[in-house]
Design a protein around this ligand. Structure first.
Ligand SMILES: NC(=O)c1ccc[n+]([C@@H]2O[C@H](COP(=O)([O-])OP(=O)(O)OC[C@H]3O[C@@H](n4cnc5c(N)ncnc54)[C@H](O)[C@@H]3O)[C@@H](O)[C@H]2O)c1
Length: 267
């Protein structure tokens, strides 16, 4: 198998917190495929220190940035171009956080200040990132921008709480900005809708194990792993997918198309 799908490409990967993070696997696979990258996460995530291990392993510089702050995003984009030696070819937005979920608030008893923070971190940050990149002309012609999402944007998963609306907003930003970025610079913008995955963000959802097992049984191929998601991201960052934009791409072992699976009834 070739190891050069991302040869000569420069990328920025958000959201690698620990070895379980989907972004961790994406960063590793991108470098395996020849890319040069910078890693970023919220300053508070730096305290865990794990991202520095990944940086060492991948020979990637780490630039702290709170994705809700435009100044931080501008600094991140400018520094990444400087470090990597030119405009950025691909970006992964792998960020999600709900204050209401963290505080155990029920969907029918939400705190609206928390909700605004949730939307800012999990969705509006994606618009801020793309707007900053466009203003700085930081993305190369034909570049590829991806965000990770979940099917609760389209269907009801009660325990996913306000993250459902965050993901709906995130996917909408991908479509709308995809038009503007595509027209202006042939930059592609897509979201990948991933299966439930055992990570810090994932397991914060109430009853996650049951939820994970249900999806696994419902999907003809089973749940897609973080590694498989990373492979899909590599394809989406490569030139092989150069005409795909403004899409929400399900990466879920077939879950999204199922109505009923006898495997569930036989439990
Ligand atoms: N785990 C799942 O089941 C699953 C399923 C579908 C989609 N996703 C999505 O995948 C993405 C990555 O999540 P994950 O499951 O790898 O969990 P994770 O907890 O490893 O990653 C979430 C990341 O968001 C970062 N973050 C939070 N606030 C931030 C801020 N203000 N600025 C910058 N970064 C910030 C965290 O530090 C963390 O690295 C999220 O968008 C999540 O919603 C996850």
């Amino acid at each position: 198998m070739t190891n050069s799908l991302l040869q000569n490409k420069r990328g920025i990967i958000f959201g690698a917190l620990d070895e379980q993070s989907i972004a961790w696997k994406v960063a590793t696979k991108c470098v395996e495929q020849g890319a040069k990258i910078t890693l970023t996460n919220a300053p508070v995530a730096m305290r865990f220190g794990k991202i520095y291990d990944l940086g060492k392993e991948l020979n990637a510089e780490i630039i702290p940035a709170d994705a809700t702050l435009v100044e931080d995003l501008e600094k991140l984009l400018s520094q990444s171009m400087e470090i990597l030696g030119g405009p950025i070819d691909f970006i992964l937005h792998s960020i999600g956080m709900s204050l209401n979920v963290r505080k155990g608030k029920a969907y029918t008893d939400l705190n609206y200040e928390f909700m605004q923070k949730t939307f800012d971190v999990s969705a509006i940050s994606f618009h801020k990132l793309m707007q900053s990149a466009m203003k700085l002309d930081a993305v190369a012609e034909g570049g590829s921008i991806l965000a990770l999402t979940y099917i609760a944007a389209q269907r009801v998963f009660p325990d996913y709480n306000e993250m459902a609306e965050s993901k709906a907003l995130l996917e909408s930003f991908a479509r709308s900005f995809g038009y503007h970025y595509g027209t202006k610079k042939k930059v592609r913008v897509n979201t990948i809708s991933q299966s439930p995955t055992m990570t810090t963000a994932g397991s914060g959802i109430k009853g996650f194990q049951e939820f994970f097992d249900y999806a696994d049984k419902m999907s003809p191929l089973g749940n897609a792993s973080a590694e498989a998601c990373a492979d899909y991201c590599v394809v989406m960052f490569s030139d092989l997918s150069r005409m795909v934009t403004m899409q929400n791409l399900f990466h879920d072992g077939g879950f999204s198309t199922m109505g009923m699976n006898p495997a569930i009834l036989n439990v």
